[in-house]
Design a protein around this ligand. Sequence first.
Ligand SMILES: O=P(O)(O)OC[C@H]1O[C@](O)(COP(=O)(O)O)[C@@H](O)[C@@H]1O
Length: 335
Amino acid sequence: MDRHITLGEFIIENQKDFPYAKGELSALLSSIRLAGKVVNQQINKAGLAEILGKAGKENVQGETQAKLDIMANEVFISTLKNRGEICGLASEELEDFLAFDEDMHKDAKYVVLIDPLDGSSNIDVDITVGTIFSIYRRKSEPGTKVTMEDFLQPGDKQIAAGYLIYGTSTILVYTTGNGVNGFTFDPGIGSFFLSHPQMKFPEKGNIYSVNEGNYVHFPAGVKKYIKWVQQIDENDGRPFTSRYTGSLVADFHRNMLLGGIYLYPQGTTSPNGKLRLLYECNPMAFLTEQAGGKASDGFRRILELQPEELHERVPFFCGNKEMVEKAEDFLKTSG
Ligand SMILES: O=P(O)(O)OC[C@H]1O[C@](O)(COP(=O)(O)O)[C@@H](O)[C@@H]1O
């Protein structure tokens, strides 16, 4: 594959994977690319543009929103709404889903779910953050009003998912069920170019990403797993290395490149963990499986979970298959 192919060319070239999409999915992915460029440009100059700091408003998660959370949310909503490819959108920053029912949307087949700015705690301190997106075909008939059922679909019904990582370079990584590909943004040219074709978790991993500050609240099985990764064993390269940035996108991206596991378990203070099934776990689980890894809530495959609510949280374990299975074994035996 030509490494210098642009994202736009790659999307068109792979349109054949979606004969029923008639180009709409390509147009939708292109809209996400555009919104990503706008958010990237804003983030890069955040300190100069008076958009650092809190906006003083609380979101449905009970978190005080950052100005950049609101900026990114508005950019993605306006960019996607003004292009007619989708009939509805749900965002981690909004209580309810948005139904787009102007004429230009009535025949649209897709809904999008977004975490406009992942890693909110890192925004003001210039550490890598990201945007996560997930795309589904609607279940309701085109021409009718979009419904909650269109959003509460199991992750294995996703037709595309991905993230933008705003780090040392800006990269858009996505899957449509035919592997995972990453595209690096060249600010000089203003385009994304294929830089990471067919991304796969390496055979072995030795990185674990978890907020150990919550250790006392973790279930016994998770505590035992963390102690196990910290023991010496030359055969499998333990102790493993601890790396945790506070941004799921950044930890996931590193672990997919170098081999590792990310876990945000349940705890005594957060019985369902912290991460949102629809906006964070489902899209990252789709990417994980497409890259040869595994994603579960410690017991069940994330992509088979039937969502009940827009903002439900689930415990999340994702990364190298072997590492996730080891963590699951400890949970199964020690609870
Ligand atoms: O600060 P904690 O509790 O470790 O949580 C950090 C985790 O929460 C997240 O920030 C998700 O929440 P946001 O989408 O609100 O940023 C993840 O990116 C990150 O891995």
